[in-house]
Every structure is written in structure tokens, then in C-alpha cells.
Design a protein around this ligand. Structure first.
Ligand code: OAD
Length: 244
């Protein structure tokens, strides 16, 4: 049973935190582990402000390739389950580290994107954000109407997360009764701190992963592919979380 610390009739606050593993069965490469992007590419060459300053074309070619890869993928049953949770649970928050947009394509409406989006460009001069779903990009590197370079609207290594987004995610973790941690290696901070915050507030934390992580010792681990296991878990706990 989820711990309810409100009045009688208080429905549990549910938070879902996702990482690259939730999109693995859609065919989107993860970062670490077998086939992971950081096994083939060096993050320092492609995902840092210094790399962009050095060679914006190379960085944009890589992001263009990632956009093409994701565009050819479809959301899977785990994304759809998360979208259903949002549509029926009165107190629900989705926090994702993913930039692929598959949660949104599965129907999730309110997504706290900790690491930005592949589908948004940002002017390096004015900070203006421009949605863009051209695949492939018409011009590499793309430029803003003001003439300055556009950059991917994602968080690179060495950069801070958008303040309002991490604050909202932190508040949700503090208020969570149940947190589901899906397909993340739980090693990149501050995202990895969110389950710790929830645990300290005595939330029930359930991890979905194909292998144990550092979080597993402190949570319930549901071992197996998220697209299989999350719908099964949800079917078994839906009524309980709805107070039915
Ligand atoms: P990782 O690649 O670090 O971890 C993916 C996790 O998903 C691993 O723990 C896998 O075991 C697990 N996994 C793989 N396939 C799965 C499946 N079918 N079902 C369930 N779990 C599965 O990805 P993240 O934890 O998301 O940051 O990485 C965090 C951040 O590091 C990313 O957002 C990115 C990266 O550098 C930035 O780009 C800022």
C-alpha cells in the first residue's frame, strides 16, 4: 500500500522519474551500457559548451543524427503507461532526463524536462527558444533570425539545469508518496538525488531497470524491460493509487 500521510481520503502523490532506458525498447540508444552513446562517442567532443565553441558544425551533425534516429522511433508501452497515469491520477508529476520527446508523443502533457529537448533550438545571443522538428535540419549549423548561431536547447556537461524545472522536480520529490524510477542509471546529478529526497521523506520508491543500480539497495527493484514491466505494475496498483 502506498503510504498516505494526509487526511483520510488523501490520494497518494505519484512521481515518475525517467531516463534513457524508458526509450530503449523504442530503439533510442541509451548513454551507458551495451550500445550506449558514451561507449562510441566522447561526451567532451559533442556535449559540452567548449565542444560547441570549437566546432558547432560537428556538434550539430551529431544532434541532427540523434533527431533523425528518434524521429524514426515510436513511443512504447512504458511511455503510454506514464501518459495514462497522468490522465487518471489527481496528483501526478512526470520528471524526465530524456530529450527525445517520446513522452510527449505518447500523450504526456506536463513534462518536467530536466535536460531540455532535442526539438527546441536556442539562440546563443538572445536566448530565444524556437521549436523545430525539421528532420534533417535544413541548415547546419542553424542560425537565428538575428544572425547568431542556434544551439541545441539541451543541458550539456558542465551546465546548470533550468532553475524552475529542477525546483519543481525537487518539490514534487519532497511531496511524493510513491516515486517510480524508470530506466535510469541513477548516476547523473541532480536527477539522481530526487529518489534520495523522496526516500528521506519516506516515500515508497520503486525502480524499473534491466539491472540493479546504486539505488536498488534502497528501493523495490522491478527487474526487466520497462515497456513490459511498467504496464504490469500499473495494472496491479492502479486501483490502489486511485483509492478505489
Ligand atoms: P543511462 O544510459 O546512464 O542509463 C540507462 C539505464 O536504463 C541503465 O541503468 C540501463 O540498465 C537501463 N535500461 C536499459 N534498457 C532498459 C529497458 N529496456 N528497460 C528499463 N531499463 C533499461 O541513461 P540515463 O540514466 O538517462 O544527460 O542518463 C542520465 C543522463 O546522462 C542523460 O540524461 C544524459 C546522459 O549523459 C545529458 O545529456 C545531460
Amino acid at each position: 500500500m502506498p503510504r498516505s500521510r494526509g487526511d483520510q481520503g488523501h490520494l497518494p502523490a505519484v512521481v515518475v522519474l525517467t531516463g534513457a532506458g524508458v526509450s530503449a525498447e523504442s530503439g533510442v540508444p541509451t548513454f551507458r551500457g551495451a550500445g550506449g552513446l558514451w561507449r562510441t562517442y566522447r561526451a567532451e567532443d559533442l556535449a559540452t559548451p567548449e565542444a560547441f565553441a570549437r566546432d558547432p558544425r560537428l556538434v550539430w551533425e551529431w544532434y541532427d543524427w540523434r533527431r533523425q534516429t528518434v524521429a524514426a522511433c515510436e513511443p512504447n508501452a512504458a511511455h503510454r503507461t506514464v501518459a495514462e497515469m497522468e490522465s487518471v491520477l489527481p496528483d501526478f508529476t512526470l520528471v524526465t532526463q530524456n530529450v527525445d520527446g517520446l513522452h510527449e508523443r505518447a500523450g504526456s502533457r506536463n513534462v518536467l524536462r530536466l535536460h531540455g529537448s532535442l526539438w527546441s533550438l536556442r539562440c546563443t545571443r538572445e536566448g530565444l527558444r524556437v521549436p523545430n522538428d525539421d528532420v534533417p535540419l535544413a541548415d547546419i549549423p542553424p542560425r537565428c533570425a538575428c544572425g547568431a548561431l542556434m544551439r541545441p536547447d539541451v543541458v550539456w556537461f558542465g551546465e546548470t539545469l533550468p532553475g524552475s524545472v529542477i525546483e519543481a522536480a525537487w518539490r514534487a520529490a519532497e511531496a511524493a508518496d510513491v516515486m517510480l524510477v524508470v530506466g535510469t542509471s541513477s548516476i547523473v546529478y541532480p536527477a539522481a538525488a530526487l529518489p534520495v529526497v523522496a526516500l528521506r521523506r519516506r516515500a515508497r520508491v520503486v525502480e524499473f531497470n534491466i539491472e540493479p543500480t546504486d539505488l536498488s539497495a534502497y528501493s523495490e527493484l522491478v527487474l526487466g524491460p520497462a515497456a513490459e514491466m511498467l504496464p504490469v505494475w500499473w495494472a496491479a496498483h492502479r486501483d490502489e493509487l486511485l483509492g478505489a
